[in-house]
Design a protein around this ligand. Structure first.
Ligand SMILES: Cc1cc2nc3c(=O)[nH]c(=O)nc-3n(C[C@H](O)[C@H](O)[C@H](O)COP(=O)(O)OP(=O)(O)OC[C@H]3O[C@@H](n4cnc5c(N)ncnc54)[C@H](O)[C@@H]3O)c2cc1C
Ligand code: FES
Length: 281
């Protein structure tokens, strides 16, 4: 895979509900991006003490726009780095590394797929839906959030999805409740073969369990904290069971961020569970 580090230029930063949609003109990344890849952005400017890059799922790319190749991300301003990003304006410079990680696996056959996005976790699902539909598979969206401003991309899902279901915990849009409340019936209704998911860890675990019980594959994007982003520091590890039945601490920056949901030991994320290969005895 070709990974590029390049100086990008902000084209636009637009508030969308509770999030920001950032478009960056940058060479060398868009043409190599597949659905599920992420970028690592340097935050704080040239003299910043914030050494660690921040990871963001790639929402969209273009190779042919008037600004040259562009990469787009959607982010929530909650910590120091993302608050700095929320002040970015057109023409500001930002250092970008990407595309990073392993993208979603696409089914070889034409099958029914469900794409579940929690909050800004829907961002990588739109290019995935297009890729699935180009291959003849269906792409049914389930988008959920606590409140309406925390939903992202409902209109776009209506454009690219085979169907769209929306849930909010406060009931302000769509079905009151969580994505899993809708997913349960939908997996059976469409006879889903694959469920893709991106969002908070608790949601991923629930989606992966539900998919497995229904006999479907799941592919989950995990958002483990990352420091180096390139597989060196082991900050981003989580316990994943291999085909041989052994649990290993696996780096989500290089072996992920997309994992088979039935392989992740969700109950033990944040720990090294007993029996893990190489764990201290
Ligand atoms: C693959 C992936 C995709 C993501 N996609 C999105 C997205 O599309 N939109 C979005 O809003 N967010 C996304 N995130 C989450 C986003 O990267 C974090 O919320 C981000 O770190 C916030 O930065 P901050 O400075 O605002 O927050 P802060 O919490 O102030 O800073 C977090 C920083 O601390 C580092 N850190 C945390 N724990 C440790 C540790 N134990 N050791 C070393 N360093 C640590 C992190 O790497 C990060 O650099 C994604 C994360 C991943 C891994
Ligand atoms: S972030 Fe350093 S190994 Fe993954």
């Amino acid at each position: 895979m070709t990974v590029t580090q390049a100086r990008g230029r902000v084209v636009s930063r637009t508030p969308v509900g509770d999030y920001h949609h950032l478009v960056i003109a940058v060479e060398g990344i868009a043409e190599h991006t597949r659905p599920g890849h992420f970028v690592a952005l340097a935050v704080g400017g040239a003299d910043s003490g914030m050494l660690l890059r921040r990871a963001f799922s790639i929402y969209r790319t273009s190779t042919t726009g008037r600004y040259g190749p562009t990469v787009e991300v959607v982010f929530a301003a909650h910590g120091k780095g993302t608050r700095w990003m929320a002040d970015l304006a057109p023409e500001d410079e930002i250092d970008v590394v990407g595309p990073m990680g392993r993208p979603f696996a696409l089914p070889k056959e034409k099958v029914a797929c469900i794409l579940v996005g929690g909050g800004y976790g829907s961002a990588p699902m739109f290019s995935l839906a297009s890729a699935l539909r180009e291959r003849g598979s269906s792409a049914h969206f389930v988008l959920g959030a606590a409140t309406t401003p925390r939903l992202f991309g409902v209109l776009e899902a209506n454009r690219v999805g085979s169907s769209v279901h929306v849930t909010t915990e406060d009931g302000s849009t769509g079905t009151r409740g969580r994505v899993t409340d809708v997913l349960e019936g939908l997996v059976d209704d469409v006879e889903a073969a694959v469920v893709y998911a991106c969002g908070p860890m608790g949601m991923l675990r629930a989606v992966a369990d539900l998919a497995e019980d229904a006999g479907a594959w799941s592919q989950c994007v995990v958002e483990e904290s990352m420091a180096c982003g390139v597989g060196v520091c082991m900050t981003c590890v989580l316990p994943v069971e291999g085909e041989d039945g052994l649990v290993r601490m696996v780096r989500s920056c290089v072996e992920g961020p997309v994992f088979r949901g039935d392989r992740v030991r969700w109950d033990a994320v944040g720990t090294i569970p007993p029996g893990t290969l190489g764990a201290p005895r």
